[in-house]
Design a protein around this ligand. Structure first.
Ligand SMILES: Cc1cc2nc3c(=O)[nH]c(=O)nc-3n(C[C@H](O)[C@H](O)[C@H](O)COP(=O)(O)O)c2cc1C
Ligand code: SF4
Length: 118
């Protein structure tokens, strides 16, 4: 928290809250999404710069919940976009089925980090 405050005071543009091993396996929509939300919300309460939260976003419903819960400004996605590069467009036109990524982490081991489900 102190480091975040110091960075904000020094003029950093934004803070993206992540963690040690970020690609948590077994993420399921509606069950264990947004694994770093607690930390991001706490940091967002104490700094004035935009806060971004990465990790475990799989459903529009939960992403809206996180955005409405506090001052987190942006959410970022990694594996869901490897599995479905067009995911945000799908959501934007009203198809709100959760991301198809099952958080198996096999894309860490494929050439070009492609999804094994493709
Ligand atoms: C193939 C792959 C490579 C990654 N490489 C990095 C990296 O170099 N640095 C980093 O901070 N995070 C890296 N990540 C972690 C992601 O940026 C992200 O924080 C994490 O996967 C959780 O988000 P997600 O649930 O949307 O996938 C990588 C993730 C994947 C799947
Ligand atoms: S291999 Fe595919 S389903 Fe598994 S974590 Fe990577 S993107 Fe998701």
């Amino acid at each position: 928290m102190t480091i975040c405050r110091l960075c904000a005071d020094a003029g950093i543009n934004s803070i993206e809250v992540s963690g040690n091993w970020t690609s948590v396996s077994g993420i399921r929509a509606g069950k264990n999404e947004a694994n770093f939300a607690e930390f991001a919300l706490a940091i967002a309460d104490t700094v004035s710069v935009p806060v971004i939260l990465v990790g475990g976003h799989r459903s529009v419903e939960n992403m809206e919940k996180v955005l409405n819960a506090g001052k987190v400004d942006f959410l970022s996605l990694s594996r869901p976009l490897i599995r479905e590069p067009d995911l945000t467009n799908r959501w934007a036109v009203g198809d709100h089925r959760p991301a198809e990524c099952v958080s198996c982490n096999m894309c860490y081991h494929t050439p070009g980090h492609e999804c094994i489900k493709k």
